[in-house]
Design a protein around this ligand. Structure first.
Ligand SMILES: [Fe+2]
Ligand SMILES: [Fe+2]
Length: 480
């Protein structure tokens, strides 16, 4: 079978020759009804019967991997797709560096590997759960379609991880696959595994910030796992990254369009000062300081996903050859890191300062640093839009010590530029940094659905081009 082409004949589209793998095929077919139940319960509420103009992966050829068509979401063809194997691939880092990449789970690392797959897998359905009510307040059919596209692809990412569990981890893999359908975002008894995936995504600014910041964490994690010496995981993640790019496009352009609309409205009304919040809000757009506060919140919550700055788990996973660094293959060093150091921002005697730490132990910090650079590139593009319209304002990412719940800075309170604050000061000033009840209520008041083709809510500009080059009036969702 040609690996580039996807077999669509069976229940589960795939390019892994599932037809010849009776045990795994049965296991996945058994898991399928539970998945569909989960989707119907926890997927986009109110739109399961609607026809949505979605892309479906039909190939893993980067030049032409997707086709677009109207689909009812519960009938979306969720499949198992791996990027093509690289001939003669070697383990690229860690103590096994240079050995042949593993095609089966290395026994000594089984538990560690399973945990990595489960943690990644758990984030995928979580974000669908977090976003399930947003369809009802979509600012346009275009945006509604993008939301649903992200949702079905997060569903497919769950399939991707479940395939690995079912194929490579036997009975406990099967149990983990079941558990992935049982946990629920924000449920106090059975929460999702990571904090940011138990937060609410109550409005569309949150959704765009989430896809900008939190899906970008997803990208970093996938990039690190795409380096894995366990080849099936590497190939799975490499293909997921092609889909992930669209999620970040949705987030980045979503926020860009909100900023653009705000700045244009300010310009038209002759408001040059971003602090005239009430006047700006009367224009039916979201004021820039509130956008900044939302960015502060989503950025800080997402930083927690990188875990402790100093981590033996991260060191072990790298040493074992299971999880690499961001773009490991482009880095020029020994790829083993047994001797080097890396500067880690720590809390030393109550002060935030850099300390050289063993490079292996500092891998979470390193991935987080790469993430911050990537975020800043996106933020610079937002700021260019503001500057081009001529409003003197810049969005700035807060200091990494700000509003943290995990790692070095979880013990302290800090402002957005990294000054340590006492509890009283923090309580007094919290509303300067993070959205207040008022801000939330205002944003919520704007969340009125706009479902006429080609129309957009007052607070967001139309996109520059349509999806699949469709014209502005295109009916991306036929609401049933
Ligand atoms: Fe994902
Ligand atoms: Fe994503």
């Amino acid at each position: 079978m040609n690996i580039q082409q996807v077999d669509y004949d069976g229940l589960i589209p795939n390019n892994v020759a599932l037809g010849q793998d009776v045990r795994v095929k049965r296991a996945l077919e058994k898991w399928h009804p539970g998945y569909i139940n989960w989707w119907n319960d926890m997927g986009p509420e109110g739109f399961q019967e609607s026809l949505v103009y979605l892309r479906t992966a039909i190939s893993v050829d980067p030049k032409g991997w997707a086709k677009f068509d109207y689909v009812r979401m519960p009938e979306y063809r969720w499949g198992v797709l791996l990027a093509p194997a690289l001939e003669g691939r070697k383990i690229p880092f860690g103590t096994h560096k240079g050995e042949d990449a593993w095609q089966e789970v290395p026994g000594e690392y089984r538990a560690m590997l399973r945990r990595l797959v489960v943690i990644q897998g758990d984030t995928e359905p979580a974000s669908v759960e977090q976003q399930r009510y947003l369809g009802k307040t979509a600012p346009s059919l275009y945006d509604m379609r993008n939301l649903f596209q992200v949702n079905v692809e997060e569903g497919r990412h769950l399939w991707a991880m479940v395939y690995l569990l079912q194929k490579y981890f036997g009975t406990d893999g099967r149990e983990e696959a079941e558990a992935l359908l049982q946990r629920r975002s924000g449920n106090p008894d059975t929460p999702r595994m990571l904090g940011a995936f138990n937060e609410k995504t109550p409005d569309w600014l949150s959704f765009f910030m989430f896809t900008f910041f939190t899906d970008r964490d997803g990208k970093m994690q996938l990039e690190a796992l795409a380096q894995s010496g366990f080849d099936p995981l590497s190939r799975t993640c490499r293909f997921m990254l092609t889909e992930e790019a669209h999620h970040m496009f949705v987030g980045e352009t979503g926020v860009t369009r909100i900023i653009q609309r705000t700045c244009e409205a300010m310009k038209e009304a002759g408001i040059g000062d971003h602090n005239e919040i009430e006047r700006v809000r009367k224009l039916g757009v979201i004021d820039l300081p509130t956008i900044q506060k939302k960015a502060n919140m989503h950025f800080s919550l997402t930083l927690d996903l990188f875990g402790n700055e100093i981590s033996t788990n991260a060191a072990n996973a790298f040493h074992a050859g299971l999880k690499g660094r961001y773009r490991e293959d482009r880095l020029k060093d020994d790829h083993q890191l047994e001797t080097g150091t890396y500067p880690v921002l720590r809390l030393i005697d109550g002060k935030i300062q850099n300390e050289d730490s063993p490079a292996l132990a500092a891998l979470n910090m390193r991935l987080r640093d790469d993430y911050v650079v990537d975020c800043n590139n996106g933020v610079a593009r937002w700021n260019k839009v503001i500057a081009d319209i001529g409003i003197p304002f810049e969005i700035k990412l807060p200091h990494v010590a700000f509003h943290r719940h995990i790692g070095e800075f979880s013990k302290i309170k800090a402002d957005v530029i990294g000054n340590v604050l006492g509890d009283t000061d923090w309580s007094k000033r919290r509303g300067e940094f993070l959205p207040s009840e008022d801000d939330r209520a205002f944003i919520e008041s704007l969340m009125q659905p706009q479902t006429a083709p080609g129309k957009f809510a007052s607070w967001i500009a139309p996109p520059k081009v349509g999806i699949d080059n469709k014209p502005g009036e295109f009916e991306y969702v036929k609401i049933a």
